[in-house]
Design a binder for this molecule. Structure first.
Ligand code: CA
Length: 670
């Protein structure tokens, strides 16, 4: 699309170029198509094609024998149909064939596109594939069930990239970098310790969150031997799995079937699956599959007609337009139904409008209300859509059932994401106590928090703790170990870094809300100090599974934290009221110490009163603890959630440097 045509279209100046061309003064005048049969409806007796492109003058369907190369063996003119659509039917059985559409605007034929609703593609995603979806279902798929989930508060998230998980020689896995790696059991590292899905079960997480696994553009699927790495935030086909993660990207069935095998295998292991979805932009703007279908419509523009760029990736989609909203809503529902996906993480959710996110929630509720939705409540740049309409963190109260990442707790614990040398609470920086407390309560209103002090948010932004995703690091920016090392206070040893690490995740796993970790943190993963590893090689990004042996103490500690959280609903309260009633902060005399109690058998906990103390100082501190005898389950970097490390009596307790203490009131037998 040349900018001149786009600008003319936007100005409503392309009048009467074709015989049936209707003048639209703006995109708002485009008719909306509500049907669910857009682009392709296949059956052995025939295929029906329907394209929505109201401003087109002509539309063609092209059919091919090959998914990437060769000329069309058949071309068909599509005819104008209802509500801005163009339709044509082909009565042959087209299974095994490929297709594209071509749109003519004025006198110009645009480049071919497989469309945007396309559900199967040839290699590199340039042509749509006509397949029989029944052939994509693995054996037993009809019996696949989502593992039980009673409350969003019960979720523990594990964010992982397909290659990071399996590609290291120490993974012991066969399907390196593939969906099928998640189907491999009995895999071990060099020392014989469990890796892969068995490791995830040992760890105890409830949800695997997959970095982009829809079809993205940056990895050439015809050159897999190059082992090119990318996070995948460059969407090409939103409704198709990524080809490079399949064993045969040239076979359109393989990637779909193998994605389903992955989901099925995780479900069998009791683990749910979250997809990272990136509807906020496309890899390219003018030549994207969306823009070749309906030029301009799916994107936002600045007043001067240049492409707006809230994504930082040179374009941003326009969820407020009815057909883009319809697309996003139907796309997530499609993944939930066809692939049994259990949750969605919205990349740069702050680009989308609030109405769209609420429509996504409502549509997924109809599929299964336990499907989790969370997102980044921010953007990577300014957007023309007014802030009050966007799904930003500060508007989260208008997003019921949609959670947002808490950058407040993240940067309070580890220090600024932007300045790698600045340490956080766990590395001994004081004055971050209120931010830590803000995270502990899951971002809700709490009478003991001074909301003028948290580093980012100056007011509670959620309706309840289940709207807060608590974390200390993710794929973006330095991973936890690298950040702790690069902000290392003078004289801090590596043993101290380990203490900082454990303290940080102790806060994450005991806070109200949804805890989230970046894969490999439980085995002390680092990325060699690289900030932005989106296209770094495997050598930087891969999880070295031998770390599990070397840092087994850290793994055991993380495992213990997850087990503690799972066993004790007090850490998983479900409402602001509950948090206000049961969570009380203690008045600490020492700086950089945060302590609180969870009382009243909070959320039906078996423990009447729980005491949690975080000492962010790099020296031991003495604290006064509430009256009673306390059974200590976590102390000085050790945790035993099902036993007792020691008993302590009030009023004084020594908390070792950079560590957490968790205990519960010993109830004497009557
Ligand atoms: Ca791809």
């Amino acid at each position: 699309m040349k900018k001149t045509i786009l600008m003319l279209l936007m100005a409503g100046l392309l009048v009467g170029c074709g015989t049936n061309f209707k003048k639209y003064k703006s995109y708002d005048e485009y008719p909306v198509y509500n049907g669910e049969d857009l682009e392709l409806t296949y059956s052995p007796s025939g295929s029906k094609f329907r394209v929505w492109s109201p401003a087109a003058d002509e539309v063609k369907l092209l059919l091919f024998d090959n998914g990437l190369e060769g000329a069309a063996y058949m071309m068909k003119d599509m005819h104008r149909s209802k509500n801005g659509t163009w339709a044509v039917a082909v009565s042959d059985d087209l299974k095994g064939k490929f297709y594209t559409f071509q749109i003519k605007i004025g006198e110009k034929w645009m480049n071919e596109t497989p469309g945007m609703w396309v559900k199967a593609v040839g290699i590199n995603g340039k042509r749509g594939a006509i397949i029989d979806f029944k052939e994509t279902n693995p054996e037993g798929w009809e019996n696949d069930k989502r593992p039980e989930l009673k409350s969003f508060a019960d979720i523990t998230l594990y964010e992982v990239h397909m290659r990071d998980f399996s590609v290291s020689p120490t993974s012991g896995m066969k399907y390196k970098g593939k969906f099928l790696a998640f189907t491999e059991h009995g895999t071990k590292n060099t020392a014989g310790q469990a890796t892969g899905i068995d490791h995830l079960k040992e760890l105890g997480i409830t949800h695997v969150h997959l970095l982009p696994s829809f079809d993205y553009a940056s990895v050439d699927e015809t050159k897999l031997n190059e082992n090119k790495y990318n996070w995948g935030y460059d969407p090409m086909n939103f409704n198709v799995p990524e080809g490079s993660y399949s064993t045969d990207p040239a076979n359109p069935v393989a990637r779909i079937k193998e994605f389903k095998q992955m989901v099925q295998s995780l479900h069998k292991s009791g683990i749910r699956v979250v997809m990272d979805v990136v509807y906020n932009h496309t890899f390219v703007g003018e030549e994207s599959h969306l823009n070749l279908l309906v030029p301009g419509y799916f994107y936002r523009f600045n007043k001067d007609s240049t492409w707006s760029n809230a994504s930082g990736c040179s374009n941003e989609t326009a969820s407020e337009r009815p057909m883009m909203r319809k697309f996003i809503v139907e796309s997530v529902v499609y993944w939930a139904k066809e692939y049994h996906v259990d949750g969605f993480r919205f990349d740069l959710m702050g680009i989308h409008d609030i109405e769209t996110m609420n429509a996504v929630r409502a549509a997924l509720d109809k599929v299964d209300p336990t499907i989790v939705i969370y997102g980044e409540g921010w953007t990577a740049g300014g957007s023309p859509l007014p802030e009050e309409k966007r799904a930003l963190k500060k508007n989260a109260k208008q997003l019921n059932g949609v959670a947002v990442f808490s950058d407040d707790i993240r940067d309070a614990l580890k220090g600024s994401w932007m300045h790698s040398e600045i340490p956080g609470f766990v590395s001994g920086t004081d004055s971050l106590e209120e931010s830590v407390k803000f995270g502990i309560v899951g971002g809700v209103q709490h009478p003991q928090i001074d909301y003028t002090k948290p580093i980012y948010s100056k007011a509670p932004y959620v309706n309840g703790p289940m709207q807060s995703v608590n974390y200390v690091s993710c794929h973006d920016d330095m991973c936890l170990v690298d950040k702790l090392r690069s902000s290392r206070p003078k004289g801090a040893s590596e043993d101290e870094i380990v203490r900082f690490d454990k303290l940080a995740q102790t806060v994450v796993y005991t806070s109200q809300g949804l805890p989230f970790i970046y894969a490999g943190e439980e085995v002390y993963r680092d990325k060699k100090g690289v900030h932005n590893t989106y296209q770094s090689p495997d050598s930087i990004n891969q999880i070295n599974w031998d770390n599990k042996t070397k840092y087994i103490d850290i793994f055991n500690y993380y495992q213990g934290l997850i087990a503690l959280r799972k066993a004790h609903p007090a850490f998983r309260m479900t409402s602001q009221d509950m948090v206000q009633k049961n969570l009380k902060f203690l008045d600490m005399k020492t700086k950089n110490v945060v302590a609180y109690t969870l009382g009243n058998n909070a959320n039906n906990d078996s423990w009447k009163e729980i005491l949690v103390i975080f000492n962010g100082n790099r020296r031991p501190v003495g604290v006064q603890i509430p009256e009673g005898t306390w059974n200590v389950v976590c102390y000085n970097g050790l945790i035993n959630p099902s036993g007792v490390l020691m008993q302590v009596k009030s009023p004084n307790l020594n908390i070792p440097a950079s560590s957490a203490a968790i205990m519960y009131l010993a109830v004497e037998k009557p």
